[in-house]
Design a protein around this ligand. Structure first.
Ligand code: UD1
Length: 434
């Protein structure tokens, strides 16, 4: 049980490079399970969620070799089961993509309920309703037995699928299943996140017929085979990039972040400029700093599906608001209970009041160092940003949650001048559990 020790109060300065997108590679790994030949994946981030997903794919028989740290050769033709009920499944959310992928490949999928960060109810009813509309019989959302979902389709056919809320996971899952289903599937009110486009681009490069990914209507014409035999490079991670933009800003630093897609960062760049930070864009990089005479003012944020402000940057953006003058509001529209980390930020001197889905933030001059707990992945990233600003030594417990989604975070921050290390010191949470 390790923690991060951060001796804060040092402005971050220099250049860093963003890794491949966590949420894209998890979808692409599942999609690769449907191929009829091998493929090569490049720009794969070296993070623990990817290791879990790779292990999970191996448990169903896929052959996955590491060509180097960032490149995988995947051969799904050795898959020998449609059942994935081992402990890996409940370690991550993205394991639910195996429902769509195995239905497409085998006509059957038996899967343990997925895990992932805890921020309220995370139902999968849209996924199951859509599979039912496509001819899959089996588990309904209301009667999942012993945590195992069982689906069978003979055959899987195209359907019109409408989502009440634009769900990222359900959009990708239906796209996967529809890729090899008979006929045409239309997804209406589809989610538009960059990683949805990346999964669609990967599948199209392998022989799929997907049109409209990145818009709210996706049309998929099923194909009988996906030949594979291609190389594909994963897009950069929008959330990692945003976290470093915020870390640079709150420490009063000057950082240029390379290998990102500036349009993906627009929801954050626009808000940071509105607050008074300077955000300069180039083709594949963004520089963040504060002019000496700039006043940083509070503002209001609302999280929303892409191209709205990403909920996965909400905790980090609250750290920005904590150091801005005046009163700000953060409205969390996507998840019911994504403010658990606020109690941890309060230990660091933040002045935040939460009323249901709104956090009211009053600016403070600086954070105070403290021992805090990463309540989930992005909450942990927010605490890292706060601890980098706080002058003195902070400890962040449950740091393995942060390593789920941030490649080489210690090395990257150190290269920017931060004093940060992993230490074998548990931080105790309210239950006394280490
Ligand atoms: C994905 C991301 C997660 C991010 C979220 C929203 C991955 C692995 N995870 O999660 O980091 O915070 O998108 O950008 O990519 N909903 C239902 N029924 C369903 C599915 C969703 O009611 O069957 C609701 C959810 O409760 C939530 C909203 O739809 O309120 C959005 O959820 P969704 O986009 O599906 O999130 P995930 O795919 O789980």
């Amino acid at each position: 049980m390790y923690s991060y020790r951060i001796n804060g109060g040092k402005p971050l300065r220099g250049d860093i490079t963003i890794s491949g997108s966590k949420n894209a590679v998890l979808g692409v790994l599942a999609a690769s399970m449907m191929l009829d030949g091998p493929c090569i994946l490049e720009n794969v981030p070296d993070i623990s969620d990817v290791k879990v997903m790779v292990e999970l794919c191996r448990t169903i028989g896929a052959t996955i070799e590491e060509i180097d740290k960032y490149t995988l050769r995947i051969d799904p033709t050795t898959i020998n089961t449609y059942t994935a009920t081992g402990p890996e499944v409940s370690k991550i959310r993205a394991s639910y993509y195996l429902l769509g992928a195995l239905l497409a490949r085998c006509g059957k999928a038996y899967l343990r309920m997925p895990g992932g960060c805890n921020f309220g109810q995370r139902p999968i009813d849209y996924h199951l309703k859509a599979f039912k509309a496509m001819g899959a019989k089996g588990t309904n959302a209301r009667d999942i037995e012993n945590g195992i979902i069982k689906l069978e389709a003979n055959p899987l056919h195209g359907a019109r699928v409408f989502f009440d809320i634009a769900s990222v996971g359900a959009t990708i899952n239906v796209m996967l299943a529809a890729t090899k289903a008979q006929g045409v599937t239309m997804i209406i009110n589809a989610a538009k996140e960059p990683h949805i486009v990346d999964v669609a681009n990967f599948l199209n490069s392998m022989g799929a017929k997907i049109k409209g990914a990145g818009t709210d209507t996706i049309r998929i014409t099923g194909v009988p085979t996906l030949p594979g035999n291609f190389s594909y490079s994963i897009i950069p991670d929008q959330i990692e990039a945003g976290t470093y933009m915020i870390a640079a800003a709150v420490t009063g630093g000057d950082v240029t972040i390379h290998n990102l897609i500036p349009t993906h960062m627009e929801p954050l760049s626009a808000k940071m400029r509105e607050m008074g930070y300077t955000v300069e864009e180039d083709d594949e990089s963004i520089r963040v700093y504060k002019e000496p005479d700039a006043e940083i003012e509070g503002t209001n944020f609302k999280t929303a599906p892409y191209p709205g402000f990403p909920t996965d940057l909400q905790p980090q953006a609250v750290v920005l608001l904590c150091l801005a003058s005046g009163m700000s509001k953060m409205h969390e529209n996507v998840w019911e209970t994504r403010f658990q980390y606020v109690a941890e930020l309060q230990k660091m001197g933040a002045n935040i009041n939460c009323i249901e889905r709104v956090a009211l933030v009053s600016g403070v001059d600086s954070f105070k160092p403290a021992c805090v707990t990463a309540t989930d992945l992005r909450a942990g990233a927010a605490l890292v940003c706060a601890a980098l600003e706080a002058p003195g030594v902070s400890y962040i417990g449950y740091a393995s949650r942060i390593d789920r989604g941030y490649e080489n975070i210690i090395e990257k921050l150190t290269s920017l001048g931060a004093d940060v290390e992993r230490v074998e010191k548990p931080v105790f949470d309210n239950d006394g559990e280490a």
